[in-house]
Unconditional design. Structure first.
Length: 81
C-alpha cells in the first residue's frame, strides 16, 4: 500500500480543467483526528469550471479521492477555495 499523497493527482485534474492552470495549487493538512484535508486554490473565474454544473465535476473528483482514501484506510476531504 502506498503512502503517497493524493494532492498531486487533484492538482493535475484541476490544472487540466482550469483556464488558468498556473494559479492552481493544493495544500494538504492532517488534523488531530487523522483526517486529510486537501485545499484546492484556483482563480476565481475557474471555480465554476471545477465545481461544474450542479457540482458534478467536484463530485467526480471527490469520488476518485474516496477510492484512494479507502485504499489507504483514511478519510480525505476536499475543500475548494
Amino acid at each position: 500500500m502506498s503512502d503517497e499523497s493524493l494532492a498531486p493527482m487533484v492538482e493535475y485534474i484541476a490544472k487540466a480543467i482550469a483556464n488558468n492552470p498556473d494559479e492552481v495549487s493544493v495544500e494538504e493538512e492532517i488534523n488531530e483526528d487523522g483526517v486529510v484535508q486537501l485545499k484546492l486554490f484556483l482563480a476565481q473565474e475557474d471555480k465554476g469550471r471545477i465545481i461544474g454544473r450542479k457540482g458534478q465535476v467536484a463530485r467526480a473528483i471527490r469520488s476518485i479521492l474516496r477510492v484512494g482514501a479507502v485504499k489507504r484506510n483514511q478519510v480525505i476531504r476536499l475543500n475548494i477555495d
